[in-house]
Every structure is written in structure tokens, then in C-alpha cells.
Ligand binder design. Structure first.
Ligand code: NAD
Length: 723
């Protein structure tokens, strides 16, 4: 534990008229508001309160782009009661209130300035809001906002009170209910911060503001804001619109935004103290809610897997300096674009010029968009474009230390091409494959250095999907795994390390789920209805829409390889075969399960999709039965994946399901869902479904639903996946 007083440095300037409180906790590489930091902030504020000479105060971080990463999330997950959580909310509020009472805007004698930069989320934003002024470092790494709802809680250290007072209710709701983090220019435009400063001048400009050498004026908030704040009827309209928006987004699964909405919307019409009390009470309840527990666990697992990259000595593995990507299709183009954006010069090879042209223009468009949103500076955008080289030749690969292939999904082709390239690249080059269904070991077989061969399975669309499955082959070395895990992190992804088992994690779980939806269609359920049920359960997209997005051909290919590996429990329905044969492959071809294109918005069924003649016109199954039919096979398969040791822990498997398929985050993933439901109940339901006539009579039906041994055993012991 750090010495009392060591977490906040009190620096006096200008003959003691100006005081800087520098948050610099010695025990944290990434400072957070844990108990020692809060204690020392309170102590430092005590110094200022007792010193009548102080006229200006600056709260800042150890460096311009390192302030504080918000509240300590580990301690949120350790809270044991609503009362304890409420108390912590009140304690933080009270410290920030002392800062407020010193401030001019709180009636005090000191001009207070938050001089912040880098990530400024949650509690870090709230302490800033308690100051008279916020000066933010003008840098692409600066991101400020109140993301608490993403963790199932609300801004409980005054954020729900101070942001509406600063911005007016509508804009504050926009920020709080989405949990969005704003870049520097956006934050300035929104009025969340008062001034931007180049990081080099942050300290100096903050001093000018705190001493009154520079005067900042808040922009007028405008007539409408003024009116809404005072007019109960207008406020009621705003609230009901916001509530509707939240319900649309969350389907009512997440309590936090609804509570935040009530409290933040009423903030401007009630005294601060009252609002703070309601805020802390709500924080207490939400922090103990199962939704928050699930979201916090996913977040923490994500952080934990990222720490894995470091070696035993805590050192980060060496960055790759030059990358080669083979194949400029959907995946290869996306991967190359990301590598180039993230500062790795990348050479992209394809046989077809038009594929290269498309990849180049997609890269340019994506970077231009980032530039427009100001998440990249002009020079950075130019450099990102320059870092991507395209070629149809096999020359110029000798200096690449990382190579990834994303060519056709055929073992013979991948082996031939990698065999050839292994000769072109250097002796230490890491060779990765983006295969989704082939064995990494089979691909590595025959290559000169199998210890340097690894799977790096990105998801489509590459730029958006947060997960990367890192596939460790039998021969892959630890050092190579760590380097590729670090690469995934540098690319902004969350890596989950998997063994080289068919379908890895995500596709292996998706296959039975998607196929079960087809089976339900065969027996009389409407695709749109099944899609709705999946959304209601908490999936981001229904199974039919998802298949159209992925491509029916790609889905069929993946399932075929899973059936080859696992046998009849993966045996696919035949309803999609005629569509694939006719080239109706989903969104990319304008028709798949639904119709897309002029006038269609994907609501209308493709008439080429036919039920078997024997199928009933309408299903007699309840909604609950149908959801169980789609979801429980995933639980069953997940139990197998975990028992086989494909991933190291239940938490990592769940992380993959949440980040790789968007499995209901508020449920915490497939296994957490099963735990919450009770494994005995899961086993019983699986057995009932296995015995139901619709399932038991078809090929592979029983095999899919009969609960697997590890699941049965765990349930019999009264255990849970999370132990
Ligand atoms: P794609 O058909 O869009 O792209 C493949 C590209 O490789 C084409 O541009 C083709 O011209 C090029 N190519 C073929 N042979 C080549 C060679 N010898 N040298 C250089 N280029 C060559 O395919 P895709 O969807 O991008 O998939 C590529 C790989 O990624 C496959 O292994 C696939 O299984 C995997 N994958 C695909 C998805 C997905 O959703 N599409 C997701 C994850 C992984």
C-alpha cells in the first residue's frame, strides 16, 4: 500500500497563490481512483482549504496524456452490499464536493481547473466537472466522457448532476445514456470541456486560466436549453423520447440507462444535495445488479487477457516492424488496412488487380472517415495511407517480420502459398493464417519453422469486430503467441488464445445455433419471428439476418467442416442448399434469406427459400421453447469446448462469445447465462428437447441436444462453470 500522501503531489507556484494537485499514485502504472488515491486527494484538498493564500488550483495527472482512468473497476466487482456501494458513492461525491465548494462556481475563493488528457473516463471526468474549468489536451489519444452505463452502473460521483447543469439536459442525456467517450474536438464542440491545449502547453495554459491571466467564457447554452431546464412539460417530452430510445436500444435488458435518465433529467430542477443522494442510492443498487456484475466481469476478463502478452519479466514483446498480407479480399483487405493504420508498414499481395484496387480504396475511405471524425490528425491519416503498399509480385517481402494469409479457404492452396513465401521472408518471421475452419497444425505441417506458425482469426468486418481468436498450434512457441497477442492488442482488438480445434470457439458455437434456427423454420416458424426472439433474448442480430450478413456460402462451408470434425450433431439443415446453388448468398448478392436492394430493407423473405412440403404451416412451439432450441445447443457445445481445454477458462470463453458474436453482454456470455439459469435446469431442458418429437426424429437431433458428459457431471455436483 502506498504511503499516505504519496498519491497526490501538492506543487505550489506563484508564491503559493497557485497550487497544483498532481495525481501520481506510485503503485499504479495506470492511475485509477482507488481508496489510496481518494484518501490523498481529500488530504491535499485539506491543505488548500486551510491555506488562505491559494487563489488558483489545478488538478492534473503525472503527464499531459496520463490523468486517471476513472474508478477502480476491480473494487466495483468486490462490493458486497447495496449499502457498501452507496457509501462509496457518497464518499467520492463528498470529496469532489469539497473541490466544488472551493471553486468560484461553488461559492469559494479559488479558481479551479482540471488539466486533463489521454483517457478521462467516468470518475476522472466527474472530478473534472467539479472544477470551474476543464482544459483538455488536444491530442487524438484524449477521450473524455461518462461510460458508466457500459458497466451497468451510472455516473455516481456527481456526473448525473453536473453534466446536465453544464450542458443542459438533452446533450447530457446524449452523453450519459450512450456512455460515449468524446475526442478532443468533439468534447470542445459539445461544451464538455472549455478549452483545448496542445499537450506540451497544457500545464502552462491551465496556470493561465487558474490565475485569471486567461479568461474563459462558457458559450451560451441557448434558448431551448434554458427553456427545457425550466419547463416541466418540455422536460417530460425529452424524457419520454429518451426513454423510447433507450428501450429500442436495450430491449429493456439494461436497467442502468433508465435509472440514469430519471436522475440526470431531474438534476436541473432539484437541489444538488438531493440529486447527489438519489444518484448514490441508484449507484448502490445498480452496482449489485446481475447485469452490472456480468458487464464488469467481461470488462475485467478483457483487461486480464491483454495483460497476458507480457513475459515472465513483465516486458512487452517486441512489436512487428513490417507486415505482409496475402489475399486482398474482404478479410485480407481489412487486416492490411488496420495494420497500416496502426503504424505497421504493410505490403498487401493479391493475384487480382481489381481486388487490390478495391482494398486500396476501402482503406482510403476508412482512413478519410477517421480523419473527418478527427480521430486521426491529417499527418497521421496521410501516413496511414502511405504505409499500405499493394503488389501482385512476390518481391519485397524479405524484410517482413509478420506475414498473414487470408486467401482461399483451401488447405492445399494455403500450404502451397505459405510454403513458397516461407522462402521469401526472414528466418524469424511469424507466419499467421486467418483460416476459419482449417487446422493450423495442418497448415504448418511441412513449413520450415512450425514454432513460428500461428492462427490469427479475425472476424468480419475486421475494423468493427472486437475479438481476435489467437490459435496456438501444437508446435507454436510461447514467445510467438505472446507477440501475436500483443499485435492484436496494438490493433485495438481483444485476443482470446484458443487451441487448434475445429471451429475454435465462436464458429463452433454459432453453427448449432444458426442451424437450429433453420430447423425451426422448417417446422413452421417464420424467420422474422425467430430473429425477433433472438433479439429479445439479447443477441445483437437475429440468426437469419446474421447468416445473410456472413454469407450463406461461407456459413455452409464452415458447417461442412464442423460436421466433418464432430459428426452428426453438426449436421446441417438442407433448406439453404437451393439458395446457395442459385447464387443467393446473402446481402452481398442482394438476395439471401431476405431480399435486399431497391425498395427492400431486408424484411421480405426470398421466395426461393422453401419449407419442405411436409412442414406444418405454423409452428406450435412456444416462444420459450424456440429460444431454448436456439440457445441451449450453444451452452452444450460451450461445455465441451471448455472441457476439452480449447480455452483456458470459462471467463475467456464467455469473453469470446460476447466480443465475437455479441452474445447478450448483460448475461455475461454463454456459460454465465447457463450458471445463472442453473445447470440442473439446463440439463433437464436439454433432455426434454432431445426427447421432443421434432428433435428426436431428425438426423443428429438427439446428438445435438443430449447434454454432454462434462455438463451432466458438473450439474450433478451442483457446480457452476465459474466454480
Ligand atoms: P475472399 O475471397 O474475399 O478473398 C480471398 C482473396 O485471396 C481474393 O482476393 C483472391 O484473389 C486472393 N488470392 C487467392 N489466391 C491467392 C494467392 N495465391 N496469392 C494472393 N492472393 C490470393 O475471401 P475472404 O472472405 O477474405 O477469406 C479469406 C480467408 O479468411 C479464408 O481463409 C477465410 O476462411 C477466412 N475468414 C473469412 C471470414 C469471412 O467472414 N469472410 C472470416 C474469418 C476468416
Amino acid at each position: 500500500a502506498p504511503e499516505p500522501g504519496s498519491c497526490v503531489r501538492v506543487e505550489r507556484e506563484e508564491d503559493g497563490a497557485l497550487v497544483r494537485l498532481r495525481l501520481d499514485p506510485p503503485h499504479r502504472a495506470n492511475p485509477v481512483f482507488d481508496a489510496p488515491l481518494l484518501r490523498d486527494l481529500a488530504r491535499a484538498l485539506g491543505d488548500v482549504e486551510r491555506d488562505p493564500a491559494v487563489r488558483g488550483l489545478i488538478v492534473c495527472g503525472r503527464e499531459p496524456l496520463v490523468f486517471c482512468y476513472g474508478a477502480d473497476i476491480d473494487s466495483i466487482s468486490e462490493l458486497e452490499s447495496v449499502e457498501e456501494a452507496t457509501r462509496i458513492g457518497r464518499a467520492g461525491q463528498e470529496i469532489f464536493q469539497r473541490l466544488h465548494r472551493l471553486s468560484r462556481s461553488g461559492g469559494g475563493r479559488v479558481t479551479t481547473v482540471a488539466a486533463v488528457g489521454g483517457p478521462v473516463p467516468g470518475g476522472a471526468c466527474e472530478v473534472s466537472l467539479a472544477c470551474d474549468y476543464i482544459v483538455l489536451a488536444d491530442d487524438p489519444r484524449s477521450r473524455i466522457g461518462l461510460p458508466e452505463v457500459m458497466l451497468g452502473i451510472l455516473p455516481g460521483w456527481g456526473g448525473c448532476q453536473r453534466l446536465p447543469r453544464r450542458l443542459g439536459v438533452p446533450k447530457a442525456l446524449g452523453a450519459i445514456l450512450t456512455g460515449k467517450l468524446y475526442g478532443a474536438r468533439q468534447a470542445k464542440k459539445l461544451g464538455l470541456v472549455d478549452r483545448l491545449a496542445h499537450p506540451v502547453y497544457l500545464d502552462r495554459i491551465a496556470a493561465d486560466v487558474a490565475t485569471g491571466r486567461e479568461r474563459l467564457r462558457r458559450p451560451e447554452r441557448g434558448y431551448w436549453t434554458w427553456l427545457i431546464d425550466r419547463n416541466p412539460a418540455a422536460l417530460a417530452v425529452i424524457k419520454s423520447q429518451a426513454r423510447k430510445g433507450v428501450m429500442e436500444q436495450t430491449k429493456g435488458h439494461y436497467p442502468a440507462p433508465l435509472r440514469a435518465l430519471e436522475i440526470a433529467a431531474d438534476a436541473v430542477r432539484s437541489p444538488l444535495q438531493e440529486g447527489l443522494q438519489r444518484e448514490a442510492a441508484a449507484l448502490g443498487q445498480l452496482a449489485l445488479s446481475p447485469q452490472s456484475r456480468a458487464l464488469v466481469r467481461i470488462f475485467r476478463t478483457g483487461e486480464a487477457v491483454k495483460r497476458r502478452a507480457a513475459g515472465a519479466d513483465g516486458e512487452k514483446p517486441a512489436r512487428f516492424t513490417r507486415a505482409a498480407v496475402l489475399g486482398a479480399g474482404i478479410m485480407g483487405g481489412g487486416i492490411a488496412s488496420l495494420l497500416a493504420e496502426k503504424r505497421i508498414p504493410t505490403r498487401l499481395k493479391d493475384l487480382a488487380q481489381h481486388q487490390l484496387d478495391e482494398a486500396q480504396s476501402a482503406h482510403e475511405q476508412r482512413i478519410a472517415k477517421k480523419r473527418k471524425r478527427r480521430s486521426l490528425e491529417a499527418y497521421q491519416a496521410d501516413a496511414a495511407i502511405d504505409r499500405l503498399e499493394l503488389t501482385r509480385e512476390d518481391l519485397g517481402f524479405a524484410s517482413c517480420d509478420f506475414l498473414i494469409e487470408a486467401i482461399a479457404e483451401r488447405l492445399d492452396v494455403k500450404r502451397a502459398v505459405l510454403g513458397q513465401f516461407a522462402e521469401f521472408v526472414g528466418p524469424d518471421t511469424v507466419i499467421a493464417t486467418n483460416t476459419s475452419s482449417l487446422s493450423v497444425d495442418a497448415i504448418a505441417d511441412g513449413l520450415p519453422h512450425p514454432e513460428r506458425v500461428i492462427g490469427m482469426h479475425f472476424f468480419n468486418p475486421v475494423a468493427k469486430m472486437p475479438l481476435v481468436e489467437v490459435i496456438r498450434g501444437a508446435a507454436t512457441s510461447d514467445a510467438v503467441v505472446r507477440r501475436v497477442v500483443q499485435l492484436a492488442i496494438d490493433l485495438g482488438k481483444t485476443p482470446v488464445v484458443c487451441a487448434d480445434a475445429p471451429g475454435f470457439v465462436v464458429n463452433r458455437l454459432l453453427a448449432p445455433y444458426l442451424d437450429e434456427a433453420m430447423r425451426l423454420f422448417e417446422s413452421g416458424s417464420a424467420p422474422a419471428e425467430l430473429d425477433r426472439l433472438a433479439l429479445g433474448f439479447g443477441l445483437p442480430m437475429g440468426p437469419f439476418t446474421l447468416l445473410d450478413e456472413v454469407g450463406l456460402d461461407i456459413g455452409a462451408h464452415t458447417v461442412a467442416s464442423l460436421e466433418a470434425a464432430f459428426g452428426e450433431r453438426m449436421a446441417p439443415s438442407k433448406v439453404l442448399e437451393p439458395l446457395v446453388a442459385a447464387g443467393h448468398l446473402g446481402k452481398k448478392s442482394g438476395r439471401g434469406i431476405f431480399l435486399y436492394g431497391k425498395g427492400e430493407d431486408g424484411d421480405e423473405l426470398n421466395p426461393a427459400l422453401r419449407r419442405p412440403a411436409s412442414a406444418p404451416a405454423v409452428s406450435s412451439l412456444s416462444s420459450e421453447d424456440r429460444v431454448d432450441r436456439m440457445v441451449l445447443p450453444m451452452v452444450n457445445e460451450a461445455a465441451r469446448i471448455l472441457a476439452e481445454g480449447v480455452v483456458e477458462s470459462a471467463a475467456e470463453l464467455d469473453l469470446a462469445t460476447v466480443y465475437g458474436m455479441g452474445f447478450a453482454p448483460f448475461r455475461g456470455g454463454v456459460l454465465a447465462y447457463a450458471d445463472a439459469r442453473g445447470l440442473a435446469n439446463v440439463v433437464e431442458r436439454l433432455r426434454e428437447l432431445a426427447a421432443s418429437p421434432e428433435v428426436s426424429k431428425r438426423e443428429g437431433g438427439r446428438a445435438r441436444f443430449e447434454p454432454c458428459e462434462p455438463l451432466v457431471e458438473l450439474a450433478a455436483l451442483g457446480g457452476t462453470f465459474y466454480g
